[in-house]
Ligand binder design. Structure first.
Ligand code: HEC
Ligand code: HEC
Length: 453
């Protein structure tokens, strides 16, 4: 991969951020190592799915939705990228355009399909040349409110985020963002629009600005839960009401899926923080991976970390890849829970198929043998009826546009859960909280005595 060109884009996009541009320049080695990993990856499928078209569900959303936080929605627009209808329309066109990818086969919408609440319904996404990544595609709906982007928060803004899938070899596969810009700039249909929106021909920074503007129109509220909170007592079932009580009490969901633990949060369902809740640590030796990662990503470089996260087993390290703090090993961002019924499968690795599996995971407090597990994880002793109540609550977070889809999906998941509850462990759920081992980590490859004095 011509890493030199990646570095050029880094300098354009991040002009001014001296530390980051320096980091870009030392990505070369890491990128080469990672490229070898991708070529050797055994997880290949034939080809990516057809690019979903932009239907009515892709349109910019109305600000008049029950439950929408008007102030926060306005505040999410940065001063250097104001919203205009023309820019939003350009961003929408780009979001659905496969010509941003290296071989024309993959658009943002391939993995963020409006018909599936801007996800792809797969455990891990398929990009160019049928390459399968390591992570589950989160929804773009309400991503404008995220304090950081990606499961590990490695991008701060939607603009910064949008550049990374374009160059990730397992996503859109471009050698650099300039290559995507060149493909777009060659098309007359784009030349004129870029000029009229930005005053000059297509460029990398403007490309990601337009896409981010479009994403900032994808707010999604107006769910039965929002109507319930707004005062319509009949908007949700008695079971879902019991689920909301449990969510904020014995089920402990509010410890992470709420802005604060003091006050009920009926809007965001996230603390904007990172936690190790025991996902993926069963399949991976995270300590060995952490040692390996330190060697590879000491540069702190954005592109190198992006490739490690999507293409290698180091993906399981989560937030550690960014902070290199042991406390962040296998920690991931608390996701918003809106529309969660239709964004299956679940968790950063798409490892759980239904909301009942998710509940079984929490109920047994899985992963407690892992020293880095969040202290808020513990057996919950929820009965089957109480699990159904929390699932019923989660189902009420489906926005009006997806009502029909939600009904079908709930029936599908309920059916599956009747025959398969692979995560259920009632004895552990009702058992005592096991003692957690203390963290201790030493890397054989870099013993302390090898560090120069
Ligand atoms: C091949 C599939 C694929 C393509 C193509 C793709 N994405 Fe994603 N997207 C993902 C995956 C997987 C993640 C999560 C990766 C991670 O967290 O490490 C993600 C994460 C995101 C997030 C972060 C959301 C959050 O809650 O943190 C946003 C926003 C996003 N993508 C927008 C885009 C845009 C814009 C494009 C096109 C420029 C795009 N994606 C192209 C698969 C894809
Ligand atoms: C200790 C913090 C914490 C607690 C407590 C917690 N969560 Fe989570 N939740 C997270 C984090 C972090 C993730 C992402 C983890 C990952 O993918 O590795 C997550 C993921 C999820 C997901 C998957 C969402 C998706 O888009 O894939 C659902 C659903 C969920 N949580 C619901 C709940 C419910 C219901 C409860 C209460 C029973 C709960 N959570 C308790 C932190 C927490």
């Amino acid at each position: 991969m011509p890493v030199g060109s990646q570095i050029r884009f880094c300098t354009t996009l991040l002009a001014g951020a001296a530390a980051l541009t320096f980091a870009c320049a030392i990505a070369e080695e890491a990128s080469r190592n990672l490229e070898a990993t991708v070529e050797a990856s055994p997880q290949m499928s034939a080809k990516p799915p057809a690019i979903p078209a932009a239907g009515p569900l892709a349109e910019p959303k109305s600000l008049k939705q029950v439950g929408l936080p008007v102030e926060a929605t306005r505040a999410a627009v940065p001063a250097d990228n104001p919203q205009t209808p023309e820019k939003i329309a350009l961003g929408q066109k780009l979001f659905f355009d496969g010509r941003l990818s290296v071989d024309g086969t993959v658009a943002c919408s391939t993995c963020h399909d409006p018909a599936r609440a801007f996800t792809d319904g797969r455990p891990a996404s398929i990009g160019v040349k049928g390459r399968v990544g390591q992570r589950n595609a989160p929804t773009v709906l309400n991503a404008l409110y995220n304090k950081t982007q990606f499961w590990d928060g490695r991008a701060k803004t939607l603009e910064e985020q949008a550049a990374l899938p374009i160059t990730n070899p397992s996503e859109m596969g471009q050698p650099n963002v300039d290559a995507a810009v060149a493909q777009i700039a060659a098309l007359p249909e784009y030349q004129q629009v870029f000029r009229s929106v930005f005053g000059h021909p297509p460029s990398g920074p403007d490309l990601v600005r337009a896409i981010a503007s479009y994403e900032r129109t994808q707010f999604s509220f107006d769910s039965p839960f929002d109507h319930f909170i707004a005062g319509d007592k009949n908007a949700i079932s008695e079971s879902a009401k019991r689920g909301w009580e449990l969510f904020n009490t014995r089920a402990r969901c509010n410890k992470c899926h709420a802005l604060t633990e003091e006050k009920r949060d009926a809007t965001y369902f996230t603390d904007n923080d990172f936690h190790n809740i025991g996902i993926g640590i069963i399949r991976h030796d995270v300590v060995a991976l952490a040692c390996q990662a330190e060697q590879l990503i000491n540069s702190g470089n954005t592109i190198a970390v992006d490739q490690a996260a999507i293409q290698t087993n180091m993906s399981a390290l989560g937030r550690f890849l960014i902070t290199k703090k042991d406390a962040d090993i296998a920690s991931f961002k608390t996701p918003d829970l809106r529309n969660v019924l239709i964004t299956a499968p679940y968790f950063h690795d798409g490892s759980q198929e239904t909301l009942w599996d998710v509940m079984d995971h929490y109920n047994k407090g899985d992963g407690i043998h892992n020293p880095y597990l969040d202290a808020d994880m513990q057996p919950l002793a929820l009965s089957e009826g109480e699990i159904d109540d929390v699932v019923a609550l989660l189902a009420t977070l489906t926005s009006a546009q997806y009502t029909e889809h939600g009904v079908k999906e709930l029936a599908r998941q309920r059916e599956l859960s009747r025959t398969n509850r692979s995560q259920r462990d009632t004895a552990r759920a009702f058992g005592p909280k096991p003692t957690q081992p203390k963290p201790s980590r030493s890397c054989v490859t870099t013993p302390p005595e090898a560090t120069p004095k």
